[in-house]
Design a protein around this ligand. Structure first.
Ligand code: PRX
Length: 632
């Protein structure tokens, strides 16, 4: 890997040039630094029509051998994983590469004992504890496909994901610790699997030690299963294009889609991007504050850093517990060198002022990153001044669940940075901006739809169980391109600034939701006839959810009705998707053909009441007046 590390901007330019003119040779070079059991016959086969993308076809490997066997000779005793508990008085847990290897193998052998074999789907619904990383890698070790579900999702969401993936096993815990709260997870799992048919066993880890329901014939305690397992487990031989994992994400239509990533390409790309964006050097301590339930955690807590032999930090808690200085306390405690978080976390900490940031020594930091949503200029400067002390480069990482790894971003300390701009595409990435007609915008200083015109190794291969959906969502809008769903602008220097989603996707605190998904949830409430949901700017969360709901009869007690709707959304999706505002309206603005005019609702939610545009073509223009008058 070392030879492919970019160490100057001119080298970036050279690598970029080469990666575009000779993509296959370029990726051959990167891939050849890994451990393959058999080399590939063909670097790339692709078309964006079906779509069909295959990297390193014919090669065999196991991604965990590239984490362990490849790194162990030099890093056996180096820390691979540092885990910090929610409660600061609880002792942390650490694993060297050798210890993590043994734990992964024991878990892998445990999974085998439960009958899990290559290709089986395993759903992992765990809090941020070391066993989450161990379970993920254990699946990869034996070729089982992991589907991690963020532990903030409801039983219904979990059940949908289990059913879609046809998962055989769920790995969960009694409960989870989050700030001052403890929550039960096992009860949710029991509820979820009452509406599934594929689950054979439930593996339960003790985290909170609270009592939880156990079904003897089906549930197995993690500690009992693992204790006598061997620390040796041969790695399953995987084809480069075998599925590594499924991760569900929301789009503008229907239920969340299971994005599929495969072994070879994902490995090569996450390691390459981690190494370069974060300029990894031996001895660095990398901390990404995301949850492993999201793609950022998969790629930049687990796979990217561990493939590069880095020490990765996992944190169970939240930024403000027990105090607003918790993040900085952890940075100081472990001498964190690279720190990656989301704008929403930065803004929520900013609200406490600068004092919490001054209580700790942050001088170990070398590069700080932001990811998940557009960062506003104020937060960007606050972050660089108070956390980066004016000297650490800030890297703004733009990418998506579907892209597997960082696509457009600064390379720490190497490429120029500009507040609110993600920057230049990484080598191998060929972004374009398209206009409404689908033509490439060649000039700079223009805004357009961000698309990618050439494959990269970690791109989405399919949506699990429904390839047509993958084609429909990402490759049909503009034939011949991968459509990101984001709008972007390119400045005179060719740097990209991400403006935000241009489809019906809302980004709340860095979490993606489809408007249709939230509307479907709201509509489950018996009071509701129909609803429409839009996003509007929120000072901390980036965007918040505004719901316009139509009831058969306007409820007498609006607050009670709101509570009932919130409960329904909590049950259907989870607390992370709760609307901030719920307005009861007599009707929704619709065109004569019955389409909801979200544009108008968005303007109303944003408070741009003088700028609603033409409402005369609506089926019933009077509803707009009513909505404006009663706006929350
Ligand atoms: O709109 C973009 C936004 O988050 C979306 C992807 O969300 P998800 O698949 O959950 O992955 C999040 C972590 C990579 C994108 O379509 N987004 C992500 N990173 C940025 C961003 N918007 C602006 N700047 C970013 N750095």
């Amino acid at each position: 890997m070392k030879t492919l590390k970019i160490s100057s901007f001119s080298e970036y330019e050279k690598q970029y040039e080469f990666s575009v003119s000779n993509p296959e040779l370029f990726w051959d070079g990167v891939a050849s630094t890994f451990l393959w059991k058999k080399k590939w016959d063909k670097t790339l086969t692709w078309n964006f029509e079906e779509p069909k993308v295959r990297w390193f076809e014919g090669a065999t490997l196991n991604i965990t051998e590239n984490i362990f066997e490849r790194n162990l000779p030099l890093k056996k005793d180096q820390l691979a994983l540092i885990w910090e508990a929610n409660d600061p008085s609880q002792t942390n847990r650490t694993y060297t590469f050798e210890e993590l290897h043994h734990s992964v193998n024991q878990c892998a052998n445990g999974l085998k004992a439960l009958g899990i074999t290559k290709g089986d789907r395993v759903c992992i619904y765990l809090p941020m504890v070391p066993e989450l990383t161990i379970a993920v890698l254990a699946c990869a070790r034996i070729g089982a496909v992991h589907s991690v579900v963020f532990a903030g999702f409801s039983a219904t969401s979990l059940s949908d994901r289990i059913n879609d993936a046809d998962a055989k096993l769920v790995i969960t815990s009694d409960g989870l610790n989050r700030g001052t709260k403890q929550m039960s997870l096992k009860e949710l799992v029991d509820e979820a699997i009452s509406t599934t048919t594929s689950i054979e066993k439930v593996l339960v880890l003790k985290v909170t030690n609270e009592e939880c329901p156990i079904t003897e014939s089906r549930d197995i305690w993690w500690h009992e299963l693992i204790q006598n397992q061997s620390i040796i487990c041969p790695a399953e031989v995987m084809n480069s294009e075998d599925n590594l994992f499924i991760l569900y994400t929301s789009g503008s239509t229907g239920k969340p889609k299971g994005v599929v990533h495969t072994c070879g390409g994902y490995m090569v790309y996450t390691a390459y991007t981690f190494m370069n964006v974060y300029q990894y050097e031996d001895g660095d301590i990398h901390w990404c504050t995301a949850d492993i339930g999201w793609i950022t955690g998969h790629s930049y807590i687990v796979y990217g850093p561990l493939l590069c032999g880095a020490t990765t930090v996992m944190f169970e808690g939240i930024p403000t517990y027990p105090e607003a200085s918790r993040f900085w306390e952890i940075v100081e405690k472990y001498n964190v060198t690279q720190f990656l978080t989301a704008p929403t976390a930065i803004r929520s900490i900013m609200a406490f002022g600068e004092e919490p940031t001054q209580k700790h020594d942050l001088s170990s930091l070398k590069i700080i990153g932001t990811v998940g949503e557009p960062i506003n200029e104020e937060a960007w400067h606050w972050y660089q001044d108070n956390i980066g002390k004016g000297t650490c480069p800030v890297v703004d990482n733009w990418w998506q669940t579907e892209t597997g790894g960082i696509m457009i971003s600064g390379i720490g300390g190497i490429s120029p940075q500009k507040p609110t701009f993600a920057g230049y595409p990484l080598p191998g990435i060929q972004p374009v901006l398209l206009n409404q007609e689908g033509e490439e915008i060649k000039e700079n200083e223009q805004e357009g739809y961000l698309c990618i015109k050439f494959p990269w190794p970690s791109m989405i291969r399919t949506t699990y169980g429904n390839h047509e959906r993958c084609k429909e969502a990402y490759f049909s809008q503009y034939p011949g391109y991968y459509f990101t769903g984001d709008g972007a602008k390119r400045d005179t220097d060719g740097m990209y600034r991400i403006i935000g989603r241009i489809d019906d996707v809302i980004n709340v605190s860095g979490h993606r939701f489809g408007t249709a998904e939230i509307e479907n949830a709201i509509n489950q409430n018996e009071l509701i006839i129909e609803s429409a949901v839009v996003g509007y700017p929120h000072p901390i969360k980036g965007q918040s959810i505004y719901a316009f709901v139509v009831c058969e009869h306007v409820p007498n007690d609006l607050n009670e009705a709101r509570k009932a709707i919130l409960l329904t959304v909590t049950d259907e999706i989870g607390k992370i998707a709760l609307p901030e505002k719920i307005q009861f309206v007599s009707g929704l603005p619709k065109t004569r053909s019955g389409k909801i005019m979200r544009r108008i609702l968005r303007k109303i939610a944003e408070g741009e009441l003088d700028n609603l545009g033409d409402v005369s073509t609506l089926l019933d223009p009077s509803v707009v007046e009513d909505i404006v008058t009663n706006r929350l």
